[in-house]
Design a protein around this ligand. Structure first.
Ligand code: NI
Length: 167
Protein backbone atom coordinates (compact mmCIF):
# COMPACT_ATOMS: atom_id res chain seq x y z
CA UNK A 1 0.00 0.00 0.00
CA UNK A 2 1.16 3.45 -0.84
CA UNK A 3 -0.21 6.76 0.25
CA UNK A 4 0.41 9.27 -2.50
CA UNK A 5 1.51 12.79 -1.70
CA UNK A 6 -1.29 15.23 -2.58
CA UNK A 7 0.13 17.97 -4.79
CA UNK A 8 -0.41 21.48 -3.47
CA UNK A 9 -1.30 24.52 -5.54
CA UNK A 10 0.60 26.16 -7.26
CA UNK A 11 2.41 22.93 -8.18
CA UNK A 12 2.40 23.01 -12.01
CA UNK A 13 1.69 19.27 -12.09
CA UNK A 14 -1.89 20.13 -11.13
CA UNK A 15 -2.25 21.27 -14.75
CA UNK A 16 -1.56 17.80 -16.12
CA UNK A 17 -4.35 16.00 -17.90
CA UNK A 18 -5.18 12.43 -17.03
CA UNK A 19 -4.36 9.78 -19.59
CA UNK A 20 -7.42 7.84 -20.71
CA UNK A 21 -7.28 4.24 -19.59
CA UNK A 22 -7.14 1.69 -22.39
CA UNK A 23 -6.84 -1.40 -20.28
CA UNK A 24 -7.43 -1.98 -16.59
CA UNK A 25 -4.23 -3.85 -15.88
CA UNK A 26 -2.27 -4.49 -12.69
CA UNK A 27 -0.73 -1.02 -12.76
CA UNK A 28 -4.14 0.64 -12.94
CA UNK A 29 -5.57 -1.62 -10.22
CA UNK A 30 -2.62 -0.80 -7.98
CA UNK A 31 -3.08 2.93 -8.57
CA UNK A 32 -6.80 2.70 -7.71
CA UNK A 33 -6.04 0.80 -4.51
CA UNK A 34 -3.46 3.37 -3.50
CA UNK A 35 -5.75 6.27 -4.42
CA UNK A 36 -8.37 4.91 -2.01
CA UNK A 37 -5.64 4.40 0.59
CA UNK A 38 -4.65 8.05 0.13
CA UNK A 39 -8.28 9.18 0.25
CA UNK A 40 -9.07 7.34 3.49
CA UNK A 41 -5.91 8.50 5.21
CA UNK A 42 -6.65 12.16 4.43
CA UNK A 43 -8.93 14.05 6.76
CA UNK A 44 -12.05 15.67 5.30
CA UNK A 45 -11.46 14.15 1.92
CA UNK A 46 -14.48 13.65 -0.34
CA UNK A 47 -12.70 12.65 -3.53
CA UNK A 48 -9.36 12.61 -5.30
CA UNK A 49 -8.27 12.70 -8.92
CA UNK A 50 -5.09 10.95 -10.05
CA UNK A 51 -3.74 14.19 -11.54
CA UNK A 52 -3.55 15.82 -8.11
CA UNK A 53 -1.33 13.07 -6.75
CA UNK A 54 2.42 12.67 -6.89
CA UNK A 55 2.67 10.00 -9.59
CA UNK A 56 4.06 9.98 -13.11
CA UNK A 57 1.64 9.86 -16.03
CA UNK A 58 -1.58 9.86 -14.00
CA UNK A 59 -4.53 7.98 -15.49
CA UNK A 60 -8.02 9.45 -16.00
CA UNK A 61 -9.33 8.14 -12.69
CA UNK A 62 -11.12 9.62 -9.72
CA UNK A 63 -12.06 7.98 -6.44
CA UNK A 64 -15.00 9.30 -4.45
CA UNK A 65 -16.39 8.56 -1.00
CA UNK A 66 -18.03 11.17 1.16
CA UNK A 67 -20.14 8.77 3.22
CA UNK A 68 -19.94 9.19 7.00
CA UNK A 69 -18.57 5.71 7.50
CA UNK A 70 -16.27 5.86 4.48
CA UNK A 71 -17.74 2.66 3.16
CA UNK A 72 -19.26 3.80 -0.13
CA UNK A 73 -16.29 3.91 -2.48
CA UNK A 74 -16.89 4.93 -6.07
CA UNK A 75 -14.20 4.72 -8.71
CA UNK A 76 -14.73 6.40 -12.07
CA UNK A 77 -12.39 5.54 -14.93
CA UNK A 78 -12.51 7.71 -18.08
CA UNK A 79 -15.51 9.49 -16.57
CA UNK A 80 -17.44 11.95 -18.69
CA UNK A 81 -20.50 14.11 -18.36
CA UNK A 82 -22.97 13.24 -21.09
CA UNK A 83 -25.76 15.60 -20.10
CA UNK A 84 -26.44 18.31 -17.56
CA UNK A 85 -29.13 20.61 -16.28
CA UNK A 86 -29.71 23.29 -13.70
CA UNK A 87 -27.20 25.39 -11.84
CA UNK A 88 -25.88 25.66 -8.34
CA UNK A 89 -23.51 28.05 -6.67
CA UNK A 90 -22.00 26.58 -3.53
CA UNK A 91 -18.82 26.64 -1.51
CA UNK A 92 -16.11 24.35 -2.73
CA UNK A 93 -12.77 23.30 -1.35
CA UNK A 94 -9.93 21.10 -2.55
CA UNK A 95 -7.30 18.87 -1.00
CA UNK A 96 -4.77 20.62 -3.25
CA UNK A 97 -5.79 24.15 -2.23
CA UNK A 98 -6.01 23.81 1.52
CA UNK A 99 -7.80 26.41 3.60
CA UNK A 100 -9.58 27.99 0.66
CA UNK A 101 -13.35 27.75 0.24
CA UNK A 102 -15.06 29.70 -2.52
CA UNK A 103 -18.38 29.58 -4.27
CA UNK A 104 -18.23 28.08 -7.73
CA UNK A 105 -20.92 27.73 -10.37
CA UNK A 106 -21.74 24.13 -11.30
CA UNK A 107 -24.49 22.17 -12.98
CA UNK A 108 -26.94 20.91 -10.36
CA UNK A 109 -27.60 17.65 -12.21
CA UNK A 110 -25.20 15.70 -14.40
CA UNK A 111 -25.45 12.44 -16.31
CA UNK A 112 -22.23 10.49 -16.03
CA UNK A 113 -20.70 7.69 -18.03
CA UNK A 114 -17.56 5.90 -16.89
CA UNK A 115 -15.92 2.53 -16.47
CA UNK A 116 -15.90 0.96 -13.04
CA UNK A 117 -12.93 -0.91 -11.58
CA UNK A 118 -13.87 -4.07 -13.44
CA UNK A 119 -14.04 -2.28 -16.78
CA UNK A 120 -17.81 -2.30 -16.99
CA UNK A 121 -19.51 0.79 -18.41
CA UNK A 122 -21.68 2.50 -15.83
CA UNK A 123 -24.10 5.37 -16.34
CA UNK A 124 -25.95 7.31 -13.69
CA UNK A 125 -27.37 10.70 -12.84
CA UNK A 126 -25.92 12.70 -9.99
CA UNK A 127 -27.35 15.68 -8.16
CA UNK A 128 -26.32 17.95 -5.31
CA UNK A 129 -23.01 17.23 -3.61
CA UNK A 130 -22.25 14.23 -5.82
CA UNK A 131 -22.82 16.31 -8.96
CA UNK A 132 -20.53 19.03 -7.63
CA UNK A 133 -17.92 16.47 -6.65
CA UNK A 134 -17.83 14.78 -10.04
CA UNK A 135 -17.52 18.09 -11.90
CA UNK A 136 -14.69 19.13 -9.57
CA UNK A 137 -12.83 15.84 -10.09
CA UNK A 138 -13.28 15.74 -13.85
CA UNK A 139 -11.92 19.30 -13.94
CA UNK A 140 -8.82 18.01 -12.11
CA UNK A 141 -8.42 15.31 -14.74
CA UNK A 142 -8.48 18.04 -17.38
CA UNK A 143 -5.81 20.03 -15.58
CA UNK A 144 -8.12 22.56 -13.96
CA UNK A 145 -8.75 23.36 -10.32
CA UNK A 146 -11.79 25.03 -8.84
CA UNK A 147 -10.12 28.40 -8.25
CA UNK A 148 -9.55 28.61 -12.04
CA UNK A 149 -13.28 29.26 -12.22
CA UNK A 150 -13.17 32.34 -10.01
CA UNK A 151 -13.29 35.90 -11.31
CA UNK A 152 -9.90 37.56 -11.77
CA UNK A 153 -10.54 39.68 -8.70
CA UNK A 154 -11.41 36.75 -6.45
CA UNK A 155 -8.56 34.70 -7.82
CA UNK A 156 -6.09 37.44 -6.96
CA UNK A 157 -7.48 37.55 -3.44
CA UNK A 158 -7.12 33.78 -3.12
CA UNK A 159 -3.56 33.81 -4.49
CA UNK A 160 -2.60 36.54 -2.01
CA UNK A 161 -4.09 34.56 0.85
CA UNK A 162 -2.18 31.44 -0.19
CA UNK A 163 1.08 33.40 -0.51
CA UNK A 164 0.53 34.82 2.97
CA UNK A 165 -0.07 31.46 4.63
CA UNK A 166 3.09 30.10 3.01
CA UNK A 167 5.30 33.03 3.90
NI1 NI B 1 -9.85 19.06 -5.65
Amino acid sequence: MTVFKILQYPDPRLQRKGRHVIEIDDRIREIIKNMFETHYSSENCAALAATQLDMPDPPYITVIDFSDKKNEPICLINGEITDHSGEMYEDEGCMSVRGIYEKVKRFSTVSVRALDESGKTITFTATGFMAKCIQHELDHLNGRIFIDKLSAFKRLRVDRKIQKTRA
